[in-house]
Design a protein around this ligand. Structure first.
Ligand SMILES: [Zn+2]
Length: 140
């Protein structure tokens, strides 16, 4: 027996007609989705609770300087709070600086990823623990 995880077409049509789902399949809850025009993974969802727009963000989290560069490049920035994307404005940009209090992402542009210098560097992996030795003597 096979199971499918795709939404039935009748249900998708009904939810789109009711305004509960966009034609692109996005919802208020942001999720990692492939951007169809360029086939890159993005963080996607609605950008507000009402009068929302479909929003696609690059996956790299911005630093404070990275958000400034993104804004100067004309990209909108969004913060991710409780699995929802919110468009950043002058109050949120100054009140909750990127890279410190909340994860901030730049608007996605196909074939123009943000430079690595704008992004929070990846956290280094913890050092590997030595393998457990059965015959080892107790250190104390
Ligand atoms: Zn794209």
């Amino acid at each position: 027996m096979t199971t499918t995880t795709t939404m039935p077409e009748w249900l998708k049509t009904m939810l789109i007609d009711q305004g509960r789902l966009s034609e692109t399949g996005l919802t208020r809850r942001a999720r990692i989705r492939t951007h169809k025009p360029c086939h890159l993974p993005t963080l996607a969802g609605y950008d507000a609770d009402t009068c929302a727009l479909d929003t696609w963000c690059d996956l790299a989290e911005l630093t404070l300087a990275g958000e400034v560069h993104a804004l100067l490049a004309g990209r909108t920035t969004y913060e991710l709070t409780t699995e929802r994307l919110y468009r950043r404005d002058r109050w949120t940009i100054t009140g909750r600086p990127a890279g410190r209090m909340t994860p901030v992402f730049a608007e996605h542009r196909c074939h123009a990823p943000i430079p690595a210098t704008w992004a929070v560097p990846p956290t280094p992996a913890p050092p590997a623990k030595p393998a457990h030795q059965e015959d080892a003597t107790c250190p104390f």
